[in-house]
Design a binder for this molecule. Structure first.
Ligand SMILES: [Zn+2]
Length: 235
């Protein structure tokens, strides 16, 4: 039996705009995992603001150096930096047929910006990942990622097959610098502070869905997939 609580706000879409799928949820709620599943099933590129930030850090760009200091302190990266990176990325050619954005819309200003800038060109589809603080924390503490291919594992929930190595590329698995416990608490507090404003803003929009994120990932994906197919068929 499925325990998803999905609230549907369907509208019939008259114009066939490509989808811009936006995933919103606390850290550890499985947004990245679902983004990868959507990507492999629907062939939309997966844009992670976290990856955009980390790419800048790794390449030691000027922005990257600023971001690294902020992340180490658990301070959120300013909207202006995130939105500039997102704008450029979504206007790349590989996003012409649609894209998935994961990790943005954390603030109400970002959410409004995304709507203003992209809703003429794209059909915005929003998924909220609902998960308690306690469960988010447990998931993040055990999370490890592959630095080479960005695959995400969890030492408890989804361990890699070989110890501490990536199943895809055999690279060593690492904890993310922003996955330390005190930093996690700051990130959760920040998210919880923004959430009522985000929920209220999106309540007035179409194609907004709430998912129970405390479910096996394949079941969550099945719900997402059916919703996306339904929306596609109504174009
Ligand atoms: Zn890998």
């Amino acid at each position: 039996m499925r325990l998803f609580f999905v609230f549907l706000f369907f509208t019939i879409n008259v114009f066939a705009k490509p989808p811009l799928i936006i995933l919103i949820g606390p850290p550890g709620s499985g947004k990245g995992t679902q983004a990868d599943l959507i990507k492999s099933n629907f062939s939309y590129p997966h844009i992670s603001t976290g990856d955009l930030l980390r790419d800048n850090i790794e390449n030691q760009t000027q922005i990257g150096n600023q971001i690294e200091k902020l992340l180490k302190n658990g301070t959120m990266v300013p909207d202006s930096i995130i939105l500039k990176m997102l704008y450029d990325r979504v206007h790349s050619n590989d996003c012409n047929n649609g894209a998935i954005i994961d990790g943005s819309s954390r603030t109400i200003d970002q959410a409004k910006y995304l709507y203003n800038v992209f809703s003429d060109e794209y059909n915005l589809i929003i998924f909220f990942f609902d998960l308690s603080d306690d469960k988010s924390t447990k998931r993040i503490i055990n999370r490890v990622i592959c630095k080479n291919c960005n695959a995400v594992y969890n030492k408890v929930y989804y361990p890699s097959k070989s110890d501490k190595k990536c199943d895809n590329c055999s690279e060593n698995l690492l904890t993310r610098i922003d996955d330390k416990q005190d930093v996690i608490i700051k990130r959760l507090n920040f998210y919880n502070n923004q959430l009522p404003k985000l929920t209220k803003f999106y309540m007035q929009k179409s194609n907004v869905f709430h998912l129970d994120a405390d479910q096996p990932r394949d079941e969550i994906f099945l719900v997402i997939k059916n919703l996306l197919l339904h929306i596609e068929n109504n174009f």
